[in-house]
Design a protein around this ligand. Structure first.
Ligand SMILES: [Zn+2]
Length: 233
C-alpha cells in the first residue's frame, strides 16, 4: 500500500522517453546558458567563457546521470521489496490476500459477489501479478531501467548544453551575453512547444512557460555576473 502514496515514480516512466529527452535538453540549455551569460556579464574573456560553458556541460551531464541512476534504482528497489513481501504474504496467508483483493474490487465499484469471482479467477491465473497491479500499482511497463535512464539524461542534457557553448564560441566578443541569451530563448521556445505537444498540451503555453523560466534564470545569473564584474573586476 505504501507504494501507492509514494510519488517518486520517475519522470521517464510517467511521461515517456520523448518528453524526458526534451526536459533533459531543456535543463542543459537553461543551466549552461545561464552560466555562460553570468560569466560573460562579469566581463570575462572568451577563453574563460568557453571553459565555464564546457565545465557546466560536463558537470551537469554527470549530475543528471547520477541523479537519474539513484532515483530509478531506488524505485526498482522499492518495487522489488514490495513484490518480495507480497510473494511471501501470498504463500503464508492466501486467504487474507484473496480477501484483500476482493475488497479492492469492491472499493472500485464491483458488488461483493462479482468482486469475489474476479479475485478468485485472477488469483488462480496469476496471484502475484494481480496483487502487483491492483494493490501495489506496479505494471510491467513501469519496469525501471536505471542505466538507460542515466545515459539518456546525460546525453539529452549535453545535447541541450552544447547549444549555448557553440553560440558563445562563434558570437562576437563583447556581445556574448546578448547573443547567447537570445538564441537560448529561441531554442527554449522550440523545445517547450515540442515537449508540450508530445505531452498532449498546447504548444504555445508550453513554449511560453519554458521561455519564461529560461529568461528568469539567465536574468538572475546575468545580474550576479554584472555585480561581481563591477566589484571584483
Ligand atoms: Zn496483497
Amino acid at each position: 500500500m505504501s507504494r501507492l502514496s509514494h510519488s517518486e515514480i520517475h519522470m521517464v516512466h510517467r511521461i515517456g522517453w520523448l518528453r524526458a529527452a526534451v526536459l533533459g535538453a531543456n535543463d542543459g540549455i537553461v543551466s549552461t546558458s545561464s552560466l555562460v551569460v553570468g560569466v560573460a556579464a562579469a566581463g570575462s574573456g572568451p577563453t574563460e567563457i568557453l571553459i565555464a560553458g564546457v565545465a557546466g556541460l560536463v558537470a551537469g551531464a554527470m549530475s543528471m546521470a547520477a541523479g537519474e541512476y539513484v532515483s530509478v534504482s531506488s524505485q526498482t528497489d522499492a518495487e522489488n521489496a514490495d513484490l518480495t513481501r507480497e510473494r511471501r504474504e501470498l504463500a503464508e496467508t492466501p486467504g487474507a490476500e484473496l480477501e484483500e483483493l476482493t475488497r479492492i474490487y469492491v472499493e472500485r465499484g464491483l458488488d461483493r459477489e462479482l468482486a469475489e469471482r474476479v479475485a478468485v479467477q485472477l488469483t488462480q491465473r496469476d496471484a502475484l501479478g494481480a496483487h502487483a497491479r491492483d494493490e501495489l500499482g506496479i505494471s510491467e511497463t513501469v519496469a525501471a531501467r536505471p542505466v538507460q535512464a542515466a545515459v539518456v539524461s546525460a546525453l539529452t542534457f549535453a545535447a541541450g548544453a552544447v547549444i549555448p557553448v557553440l553560440v558563445a564560441l562563434v558570437s562576437p566578443a563583447g556581445s556574448t551575453s546578448i547573443v547567447v541569451a537570445g538564441s537560448t530563448l529561441v531554442a527554449l521556445a522550440i523545445l517547450g512547444g515540442l515537449g508540450a505537444s508530445a505531452g498532449g498540451a498546447g504548444m504555445l503555453r508550453g513554449a511560453a512557460r519554458v521561455t519564461f523560466w529560461g529568461a528568469l534564470a539567465m536574468g538572475v545569473t546575468a545580474a550576479i555576473g554584472a555585480v561581481f564584474g563591477v566589484s571584483v573586476g
